[in-house]
Design a protein around this ligand. Structure first.
Ligand SMILES: C[S@@+](CC[C@H](N)C(=O)[O-])C[C@H]1O[C@@H](n2cnc3c(N)ncnc32)[C@H](O)[C@@H]1O
Length: 153
């Protein structure tokens, strides 16, 4: 991967996150991501976690650490985000065989009932417009892709 443009530490979670141009919150940890990091579930029954709108992969790293048996799918519409997430997962020692980093629109094309957990810190902007329509699409897609007892966080 070409050199990342920014890097910052998250001391509470022992992470250093590299970010390509235009990746969300590339100078510091987003406050909502910080809240979510404290509440990611850890359960040996969890087999598949999707990080929907993964940005630099911060939530994927912590989910992978807490659930070493689980497969992690990190999804973002941004190529730069996916390149950053793949690099950060690898830099934090998460085995490539457990991770799948994918450029995608929300969960288009994902198999119904195929995930135990969806983590989503959704976008509320599209360019300069404030909107919740992508967030709603993400929530509805999560409902379709989650197993009946799965959870959206
Ligand atoms: C609020 S940021 C969260 C990033 C990261 N998960 C975090 O917590 O720092 C939302 C992310 O959703 C991504 N996104 C926006 N629209 C999307 C779409 N239609 N499909 C997939 N990802 C999308 C953005 O590129 C951005 O990385």
């Amino acid at each position: 991967m070409p050199a990342a443009t920014t890097s910052f530490d998250v001391p509470d979670f022992k992470m250093t996150l590299q970010n390509h141009a235009n990746v969300f919150s590339s100078e510091s940890l987003d406050i909502a991501a910080y809240l979510m990091l404290k509440h990611i579930p850890a359960d040996p029954e969890i087999k598949h976690i999707i990080d929907l709108g993964c940005g630099n992969g911060v939530l994927s790293i912590q989910a992978a650490r807490l659930n070493p048996q689980a497969q992690i799918t990190a999804v973002d519409e941004s190529n730069m985000a996916i390149a950053s997430a793949a690099f950060n997962l690898q830099q934090h020692g998460i085995e490539a065989s457990r991770t799948h980093c994918l450029v995608n629109n929300c969960l288009d094309g994902f198999t119904p009932d195929s995930a135990d957990v969806v983590l989503c810190n959704p976008p509320f902007h599209q360019l300069s417009a404030v909107t919740d329509h992508i967030a709603w699409q993400m929530f509805c897609d999560a409902k379709r892709v989650l197993e009946p007892k799965g959870g959206l966080w």
